[in-house]
Design a protein around this ligand. Structure first.
Ligand code: FE
Length: 142
């Protein structure tokens, strides 16, 4: 590995106990147990503030507010990841559906799923649990 794409982030927990200590119970269920928060309950569902959404598990930069859109799904939705290097996609056959799971490459946490009905040129809709994200609001110094 030549460089860490997320150099300013916290160390990644190595044990389940460390994860439980770092996360809220809801975050633990979503991030480490691939749970799903109830729609329209998350902190960032309707947020329009500028900034960078980082991983709630490790701080890796995941999504820019520039790509966030109102999907009506009840979860924060984005057309693209901020850096494709920072997310991983996996085929998910659970719950009698064929979906593509999105995880954080750095810490392996479950983030949500990506669907092919997005509004942008790429046609993607990254449907991400709000509690898996933390918004670092952007200052004007840019
Ligand atoms: Fe992470």
């Amino acid at each position: 590995m030549t460089s860490d794409p997320t150099p300013s982030t916290a160390a990644v927990p190595s044990t389940d106990d460390e994860w439980r200590a770092r996360l809220t119970p809801e975050q633990y269920d979503v991030l480490r147990r691939k749970g799903t928060e109830r729609p329209f309950t998350g902190e960032y569902v309707h947020t329009k503030d500028d900034g960078t959404y980082v991983c709630a598990g490790c701080g890796a930069e995941l999504f820019s507010s520039d790509t966030k859109f109102e999907s009506g799904s009840g979860w924060p939705s984005f057309t693209d990841p901020m850096n494709t290097e920072n997310v991983e996609l996996h085929r998910d056959l659970s719950h009698l559906m064929i979906r593509t799971e999105v995880t954080c490459r750095r810490c392996g946490s479950h983030l949500g799923h990506v669907f092919d009905d997005g509004p942008g040129p790429g046609g993607k809709r990254y449907c991400i649990n709000s509690c898996a994200l933390q918004l670092d609001r952007r200052s004007d110094e840019g």
